[in-house]
Design a protein around this ligand. Structure first.
Ligand code: HEC
Length: 151
């Protein structure tokens, strides 16, 4: 190949390589995944507590629709933050999250369903029903933790 052609080939190759790199799939390290799911769990705990305090303090529970819908959305996304290969320190997840995946996902679905029912109760504006649904949601947190989380 003539030098001019070689140069042209090299110039063409540079942007193609750059393009290929920019389209590489986004990926997180296992440690980043553990941090992300722990943060989300922590936030959900704060949200759940804040909803109870607000309802007990006499707030219109209709104001709690966004928070309860947010919990339901997180519950549906929850299993995706426990991918294969993310059982790394400092996780508190038990190995059963991966070895009994169907059971784990069933617990997450129960949580999502309970949170959706909480959002419906909030929408109805009925505080007493809201508090009952709140206790149901809290129960689904504990049911999963008992089986799949170390203290
Ligand atoms: C389907 C199972 C499941 C459900 C449902 C669930 N959790 Fe968790 N949770 C876990 C697991 C597993 C861990 C450990 C995650 C880790 O350390 O990698 C965890 C960790 C936590 C932590 C500790 C976070 C930290 O900083 O170490 C909190 C707080 C928490 N969950 C709150 C909640 C609350 C509140 C709910 C319900 C509103 C809930 N979780 C529902 C499985 C679940």
């Amino acid at each position: 190949m003539k030098p001019a052609l070689l140069l042209a080939a090299a110039l063409v190759a540079i942007p193609i390589t750059a393009l290929a790199q920019s389209q590489a799939p986004a990926s997180l390290t296992p440690e980043q995944i553990v941090e992300a799911r722990k943060s989300a769990m922590f936030l959900s705990g704060g949200d759940l507590a804040a909803m109870k305090f607000a309802a007990e303090a006499g707030a219109d529970v209709k104001q709690l629709v966004p928070s309860s819908r947010g919990l339901a959305r997180w519950a549906r996304a929850l299993p995706s933050l426990f991918p294969e290969g993310s059982n790394v320190a400092p996780t508190k997840a038990r190995p059963e999250v991966w070895s009994d995946r169907a059971g784990f996902e069933a617990r997450a679905t129960a949580y999502a369903d309970a949170a959706r029912a909480l959002a419906e109760a909030a929408q109805s504006g009925d505080r007493a029903v809201f508090m009952e649904r709140w206790a149901d949601v809290r129960g689904t947190c504990g049911a999963c933790h008992d089986a799949y989380k170390n203290d």
